[in-house]
Design a protein around this ligand. Structure first.
Ligand SMILES: C[S@@+](CC[C@H](N)C(=O)[O-])C[C@H]1O[C@@H](n2cnc3c(N)ncnc32)[C@H](O)[C@@H]1O
Length: 301
């Protein structure tokens, strides 16, 4: 946990123009594998939950809409799922594409489809691979919160969720998560170790909150990663500096409002379940992450 800042302004300013690739400078992409920690210990945290749920529901074809460097997609491919992965950042996709190339002799990796796409135009961009819809769409790792509220009415976030809905087949699932921004807003702090990011190298996350007209609209996290003791294979990607810093910004989703957006996008006949750090809510006091599981209605209106 680290110190926090809060900034108050009357408008969102220049940062509100367009949808930016926050990973475009390549800084986060370079150290992402170190930040997320040992792949096994990270995936173990949610492997049982995610793989268990997908298998129990008979899901076979999965769309990972925020694949980043490919961590979740690769785990699912290794578990026997058919995976299509998309992301808006070519700097992040570069690492997924490299893994695909290195493992192209494995049938699952040879069939792995990776596309560059933005959630706001997602359905139009990948319509040809959607077919009758995916058994499940996943958007994990606090990714969705990268989509800011550029117009002050959350219209792009709703549009993105509606695109996810169009990619799910009737009776299929959406799994989407976000950090516990209610708690971040209340405490001004962000946990540096959590269910996804448990690297021994993350030393600090500094939290800044931007308020516009008294409303929190942007949380900026400054990550400080000490890579001096990272193993050589991972250090090969990085320069000699032992401390790596990168900054990412997020929209602070309030749980109540996020649930309403999901209802708006999937309709009242969908089924909505909520977990905290992959556990039922009654088993966890203050989760770092909320994970929403939405089952799309089988009835098409
Ligand atoms: C926090 S990373 C998570 C990646 C991966 N799921 C993980 O947990 O390691 C978030 C990813 O979301 C992607 N992203 C952000 N906004 C996006 C958008 N509007 N459309 C598509 N991808 C987006 C970023 O490029 C980035 O790779």
């Amino acid at each position: 946990m680290a110190e926090s800042n809060s900034i108050t302004t009357r408008s969102l300013g220049t940062a509100s123009e367009g949808i930016k690739d926050q990973y475009a400078d390549g800084k986060a992409a370079k150290v992402w594998q170190i930040f997320i920690g040992d792949k096994k210990s990270r995936t173990q945290n949610y492997k049982n939950f995610l793989v268990g749920l997908l298998k129990q529901r008979g899901c076979k074809r999965i769309l990972d809409v925020a694949c980043g460097t490919g961590i979740d997609s690769i785990m699912l491919l290794e578990e026997g799922f058919e995976v299509v992965s998309v992301d808006a950042s070519d700097k992040m996709l570069k690492y997924a594409l490299k893994e695909r190339w290195n493992r192209r002799k494995e049938a699952a990796f040879d069939k792995w489809i990776i596309e560059e796409a933005n959630w706001v135009n997602l359905y139009d961009d990948i319509e040809d691979v959607v077919g009758n819809g995916f058994d499940a769409v996943i958007c994990l790792g606090n990714s969705f919160a990268h989509l800011l509220d550029n117009f002050g009415d959350q219209r792009e976030q709703v549009k993105a969720l509606m695109n996810f809905e169009k990619c799910v087949k009737p009776g299929g699932l959406l799994l989407i998560d976000h950090r516990n921004y209610d708690d971040i807003m209340d405490t001004g702090r962000t946990a540096s170790k959590c269910i996804y990011y448990n690297s021994q190298h993350t030393t600090d996350i500094k939290t800044s909150v931007l308020y516009v007209g008294g409303r929190p609209v942007l949380v900026t996290l400054d990550y400080l990663i000490d890579i001096s003791s990272a193993d050589d294979e991972k250090r090969d990607y990085i320069n000699e500096d032992s401390i790596s810093e990168f900054r990412l910004s997020y929209y602070p989703h309030r749980l109540k409002v996020f649930k309403e957006m999901l209802r708006k996008s999937f309709g009242e006949n969908a089924e909505f379940k909520l977990y905290g750090d992959f556990k039922p809510l009654n088993e966890i006091d203050v989760p770092d992450f909320y994970i929403h599981v939405v089952e799309k209605s089988r009835t098409v209106f």
